[in-house]
Design a protein around this ligand. Structure first.
Ligand SMILES: [Fe+2]
Length: 498
């Protein structure tokens, strides 16, 4: 390994016992460049020569002592990326240089209170789509028009970074006033990016499409009955799927600037199905059983139906977390997938009858699903879900589903080892849908090290075929993306000098 410590960001966090600032969620502050080759002491197994692309993972990594109670979703966006070509790997880590990052660096302290505190505790207004929260650009990453787009789940700006160097290019100019939410989706077949946003003012949601030329080509209102909390979207070759779920803020309390989430089991889940470039009058609404779904897998068209896979929460409003520190009971409950009980589920929307049919695909707690993105919007066979660690927002392993054969296999990362969402990296000239690798970053609490693992997707139970030890243990994170060099549209990948 050739490693270069590029910068250390100054932290003001005081010693504390917050459950999401220790263990796998312990923040780190070093930004690295590192190069790995086969034969290096840090490489266990062999770096494959048959992949070309980059794995990008973001996450929340708080820099300053929080104002009041800390929710891990308040943390500053920190991106870790590792690219592969010709059997070599290049790792880089960088904080997202948001407007909040710059302002708090200058002030030497937190300026904005987080999600669990009242707005008046923030010392400044927010900016963009946020009245009082800091858009920390920490939730999701997509790769579109040759650049990483880094986003925030409560809506905000879209920060642009080079996928290989992590050089930062400011924010996308096409983002509307209401911002964009996390989980915009890229159709590799057309180069289009579909996105949505949501807000506390009518019409409460919008939907948009950005062309492969990185210009906004479509933007329409999707009127909702009130403020809602959609988190993810899906698309097929011709349609986009948005949602209105019966878990949302109490509107009376919201007028007093209090953000209290309630589930309404007497209300249906509603799905908006919109032709990709359709108008508001083209939106068709479908009803389904009440639930909340954080993340969808894939969707596609089949005859008269649109089929959508995702994770149906059995308990969208969980009971309070047992033995949580004072004031953190609700936060810890909503982060515990073992309490929310998300189950792999399939919805079928019949465009002729207007009816919805639902089917449970698995009874285990699973979330953060990935699949081969070359099949996005099309029929697919293989899904890769993360297995939650009971009690925590952590993942202890992966499940591969063969959705045609209705079989599955598991891989556990091992005791004290927690992984990230694991996207699929296709082999060069892949012949099958599962011809490739699952890529993830692991935090090993027993050795206090982090590593990148590559797992043969055709045999996940065998565990990693390659492990690459990173310069230091990194903080657990949220979402990730794989982009092959060919799909990035920048003339392919290049492994950089450290
Ligand atoms: Fe998410």
């Amino acid at each position: 390994m050739t490693a270069q410590l590029v910068e250390t960001i100054e932290t003001t966090i005081q010693p504390n016992d917050h459950p999401y600032m220790k263990g796998a969620w312990r923040p780190t502050y070093n930004e690295w460049n590192a190069i790995f080759a086969n034969g290096d002491a840090e490489v266990i197994g062999n770096i494959p020569t048959d992949i070309d692309g980059v794995y990008v993972r973001t996450g929340e990594n708080q820099i300053h002592e929080p104002i009041g109670r800390y929710h891990p979703f308040d943390g500053d966006g920190f991106i870790h990326a590792i690219s592969f070509k010709d059997g070599r790997a290049s790792y880089r880590s960088r904080f997202v240089r948001t407007k909040g990052f710059a302002a708090e660096k200058e002030a030497g302290r937190s300026l904005w209170a987080g999600l669990m505190e009242p707005p008046h505790k923030s010392t400044r207004h927010g900016w963009g789509a946020q009245e009082w929260l800091k858009d920390s650009s920490s939730t999701d990453v997509a790769i579109h028009a040759g650049k990483i787009i880094s986003t925030f789940y409560q809506c905000g700006e879209a920060y642009r970074l080079d996928p290989f160097t992590l050089e930062q290019h400011g924010t996308e100019s096409w983002v509307p006033l209401d911002g964009i939410s996390a989980h915009c989706k890229v159709d590799l077949a057309t180069g289009e990016l579909m996105f949505f946003n949501y807000s506390k003012h009518a019409p409460y949601m919008h939907y948009g499409v950005v062309g492969p030329d990185n210009k906004l080509k479509h933007y329409i209102p999707v009127p909702l009955p009130g403020p809602r909390l959609p988190h993810d979207m899906a698309f097929t070759e011709n349609y986009t799927i948005l949602n209105d779920m019966p878990l949302y803020w109490n509107e009376e309390l919201l007028e007093k600037r209090l953000h209290v989430v309630q589930f309404h089991p007497d209300q249906k889940t509603r799905f908006a199905i919109i032709p990709r470039h359709g108008q508001p009058e083209d939106i068709r609404w479908f009803e389904a059983a009440p639930t909340y779904t954080l993340h969808w897998l894939n969707a596609w068209e089949e005859g008269d139906e649109i089929i959508l896979d995702g994770y149906y929460q059995e308990e969208p409003m969980p009971k309070s977390y047992p033995n949580a520190p004072d004031g953190l009971e609700r936060m810890m409950a909503y982060l515990d997938q073992g309490l929310l009980k998300p189950r792999l589920h399939r919805w079928r929307f019949n465009l002729v009858t207007g009816q919805t049919k639902e089917e449970r695909l698995d009874d285990r707690d699973l979330e953060f699903g990935m699949f081969n993105h070359r099949y996005a919007g099309k029929p697919y066979r293989y899904a890769y879900s993360a297995i939650p660690e009971p009690g925590w927002f952590l993942f202890r392993g992966l499940v591969k589903h063969d959705l045609n054969a209705r079989t599955s296999e598991e891989y556990a990362f091992g005791p004290g080892r927690f992984g990230s969402e694991a996207p699929f990296a296709p082999r060069i000239n892949a012949k099958d849908e599962d011809d490739g690798y699952l890529v993830s970053f692991i935090a090993d609490l027993e050795t206090d090290k982090s590593e990148c693992v590559l797992i043969d997707a055709k045999n996940i139970a065998a565990g990693p075929v390659c492990r690459i030890m990173l310069p230091e243990r990194i903080c657990s994170g949220t979402h990730s993306v794989w982009a092959s060099g060919d799909d990035i549209g920048m003339g392919g990948n290049s492994v950089l000098a450290a």
